[in-house]
Design a protein around this ligand. Structure first.
Ligand code: CUA
Length: 328
């Protein structure tokens, strides 16, 4: 193997291992479902390694022995037992093991749970609408959930097929028009877990991230209680003027801010937009500078998204940004 090839191979191996160890790897399981899947992954990985080592061993043996000893001309080959064991018995055993592990893992997942916290997650082009039926909270792209309590996500779409996937919490679940799918799991460790739409769904499929915030139960209860009420009036003068701008221009036609006259449903609910982790479902950071960029020209950052650029004076834009960031 040439030096360049060896370096390339090494780079591929290191890259693959680095991807497995990143902060959104299925091997870094933080929920019961993800733990089952990681377990099945290790069994399959172990079997694959064993088969690989066995086959590579035979190839090396064949190469070395073939050079030393040659069968006499006309002597019959005696490979019958080898073909039966290597070609039939071992593959049957390996496939049976994989089958058992798969069936057991699947059976352990998605059992209905009557005490579960239900959350509705709706795939949009290209963001996630999130609704908590029990408390009436509606938000987007940031999914807050309690640790240690059974969760049931009801996944729906009325546009195209998406796929809900937070690798550290569980496997991919399709989000299909006309058929709600249920994803049931319990989170075992608090943290922030990045998820991603895992089914190609259009031009901005890559910018359809979801962040799952797994909070300790007390923290989650406080979060839920705080956001079950509509947000209070803007505290700063600038934000209050921004609220007027928001109602005057096109924003309110597409977005909802609970407790105000803005009740649009085309775009994400903005009641909590100031506290969200990102803008445009993972497209931009959520801060004053990026918010300004986003509302100035969303198409520049997320071409194809429904939101158009809204003509605004610099002054109005500053007020609007102050208002949006005050919605927490
Ligand atoms: Cu939604 Cu890909």
């Amino acid at each position: 193997m040439s030096r360049t090839r060896r370096v390339l191979l090494l780079a591929v191996i290191v890259g693959t291992l680095a991807a497995c160890g990143s902060d959104s790897s299925i091997l870094d399981a933080r929920g019961n479902e993800a733990r089952h899947i990681a377990g099945a992954w290790w069994v399959m990985f172990g079997l694959a390694i064993a088969v690989y080592v066995g086959v590579a061993g035979f190839i090396i043996t064949a190469v070395v022995r073939g050079r030393r000893r040659r069968r006499p001309e006309g002597a019959p080959a005696s490979d019958g037992a080898f073909i039966w064991i290597g070609g039939i018995v071992i593959p049957v055993v390996v496939l049976a093991l994989v089958g058992i592990v798969t069936v057991r893992t699947t059976a352990a997942l998605r059992k209905p749970e009557t005490r579960a916290l239900r959350v509705d997650v709706h795939g949009e082009d290209w963001w996630w609408a999130i609704h908590y039926p029990a408390s009436g909270i509606t938000t987007a792209n940031d999914l807050h959930l309690p640790v240690g309590r059974p969760i049931e996500l009801r996944l729906t779409s009325d546009n195209v097929i998406h796929s809900f996937w937070v690798p550290q919490i569980g496997g991919k679940v399709d989000v299909i028009p006309g058929q709600p799918n249920y994803f049931r799991f319990t989170i075992e460790r608090a943290g922030r877990y990045r998820g991603q739409c895992a089914e190609f769904c259009g031009i901005q499929h890559a910018n359809m991230a979801i962040y799952l915030f797994a909070d300790p139960p007390g923290l989650f209860d406080r979060w839920e209680a705080a956001h079950a009420q509509p947000p209070s009036e803007p505290s700063s003068e600038l934000a209050a003027q921004g609220a007027v701008v928001f109602q005057r221009i096109a924003c309110a036609g597409c977005h909802t801010v609970r407790g105000t006259q803005a009740v649009g449903t085309k775009g994400p609910d903005l009641t909590m937009v100031g506290s969200r982790h990102t803008l445009g479902a993972g497209t931009l950071e959520n801060n004053a500078r990026e918010m300004r960029r986003w509302i100035t020209d969303p198409q520049r950052y997320k071409p194809g998204a429904l939101m158009p650029a809204i003509p605004l004076s610099a002054d109005d834009r500053t007020k609007l940004v102050a208002y949006l960031l005050s919605l927490r």
